[in-house]
Ligand binder design. Structure first.
Ligand code: NAD
Length: 411
């Protein structure tokens, strides 16, 4: 099941549980606006090349729409649509005053030079500048884009609208980015894990963890778990997987990865097959790489008692059912990885205030937002006798539905 079908299914189930009127249910599914633009740029050799850019603005009932821009060859309108919808529920779960959006350009960023990427980003911004803004739609980095991409958008947008740092988040700190943003998603994953474990009378210290993906989110999660006395017993990335039942020294692994670009040949662990990671012996499994990695083929073999969905959509609906029958507790993506968009919100607030927070304040506020959302999800799941995924969906959908109704229906 693709991301759009799975998100829509979860939304419909939440709408049924909440008893939403069919008029509002259907209205919440249809995006507010879908934008498709042609972006033509000269390549470095002078030839012209065209790319298609998308921005789906899903819902703005609770505030400006918020979501990443990805540069990837497989960007398609259906997927962008699903991800935009997911952002609407995610920002509502975290109780940020935002709606949801997502965008992208169908291109292979690795095949483009830095100046070609800059031209492409600027042309895309020229095409959509009237439709984004700090009070309408606030983009952020996603796959294939980064702080530099945001700096180009900020610069191009400011040519039309004057200096506007709050138009994008995930900017370089020198241009108004927030301290703590780089670590925020991994840190949020760890705060979410702590909230869940505390509910079960446990803590990170002494438990074992397997982490799939050692990029931004996975490496920060691993580092912070290690700092708290958790034992990271297995780690994988695109280059392979390693394990050590006594715990991997994460600081040493980060140095090894920086020096060699891969996990294998690390002295403090043994190599294992990549697909073994998801079914390896551990208390907590944290997928931090791709969608759909837990499916009906491997779900029955998962040994973890807790799964923290740091990646977007790592568990397909069939796996969800199998894991739930096995008694595995899953902390859903729309909550578990919300630390990134939460610190993006803090960045936007700092830009609007013209006042920078120190990193300690950013982390303290992030911890408060993650703990609060966990207890609200838990309370929804108790009220509606459903699992945490449906607890999160009912929480998010209910907030958006309420805001929509309060705004009224009259034209
Ligand atoms: P990243 O590109 O920094 O890291 C991705 C990691 O996954 C890399 O280590 C890569 O080697 C690994 N990987 C890729 N294919 C793999 C495979 N087949 N097996 C094992 N590992 C594999 O990306 P990221 O920013 O860390 O994002 C990771 C996930 O978290 C994505 O699903 C992303 O959508 C989600 N997410 C990220 C953020 C954020 O702020 N970065 C926010 C919300 C959600």
């Amino acid at each position: 099941m693709n991301a759009l079908a799975a998100t829509t299914r979860n939304f419909r189930q939440a709408a049924r549980i909440l008893g939403l009127d069919s008029k509002i249910e259907n209205s919440l599914l249809i995006p507010f606006r879908e934008i498709k633009v042609e972006c033509t740029i000269p390549k470095d050799d002078g030839t012209l090349v065209s790319y298609i850019g998308f921005r789906v603005q899903h819902d703005n009932a609770r505030g400006p729409m918020k979501g990443g821009i990805r540069f990837h060859p497989e960007v398609d309108p259906d997927e962008v649509n699903a991800l935009a919808q997911l952002m609407t529920w995610k920002t509502a779960v975290a109780d940020l005053p935002y709606g949801g959006a997502k965008g992208g350009i169908g291109c292979k960023p690795k095949d483009l030079s830095t100046s070609e990427l800059e031209r492409l980003t600027r042309v895309f911004t020229q095409k959509i500048h009237d439709l984004i803004g700090d009070n309408t739609d606030v983009p952020a980095p996603d796959m294939g884009t980064n702080a530099q991409t945001m700096a180009w958008i900020l610069d191009e947008y400011s040519k039309f609208h004057g200096h506007s740092p709050a138009v994008v988040t995930g900017k370089p700190v020198d241009l108004g980015g927030s301290l703590g943003r780089e670590a925020a998603t991994g840190r949020g994953v760890v705060y979410a894990t702590e909230a869940l474990l505390a509910e079960h009378g446990k803590s990170i210290e002494g438990l074992t963890f397997a982490i799939q993906g050692f990029g931004n989110v996975g490496s920060w999660a691993a580092r912070l778990i290690d700092e708290r006395g958790g034992k990271v017993v297995a780690v994988s990335d695109i280059t392979g997987a390693i394990k050590n039942p006594n715990g991997i020294d994460i600081a040493a692994l980060l140095k090894h990865k920086d020096a060699t670009g891969k996990l294998e040949d690390f002295g403090g662990a043994q190599t294992m097959a990549s697909d073994e990671l998801l079914t390896s012996e551990c208390d907590v499994l944290i997928p931090c790489a791709l969608g759909g990695v837990l499916n009906r083929e491997n779900a029955g073999d998962v040994k973890a008692k807790y799964i923290i969905e740091a990646a977007n959509h790592p568990t397909d609906p069939e796996a969800d059912e199998i894991l739930s029958k096995k008694g595995v507790t899953i902390l859903p993506d729309i909550y578990a990885n919300a630390g990134g968009v939460t610190v993006s919100y803090f960045e936007w607030v700092q830009n609007i205030q013209g006042f920078m927070w120190d990193e300690e304040k950013v982390n303290q506020e992030l911890s408060r937002y993650m703990r609060r959302a966990f207890h609200e999800i838990k309370s929804m799941s108790q009220t509606h006798s459903c699992n945490l995924r449906m607890g999160a969906f009912t929480l998010g959908v209910n907030r958006v539905a309420r805001a929509t109704l309060l705004r009224g229906w009259e034209a």
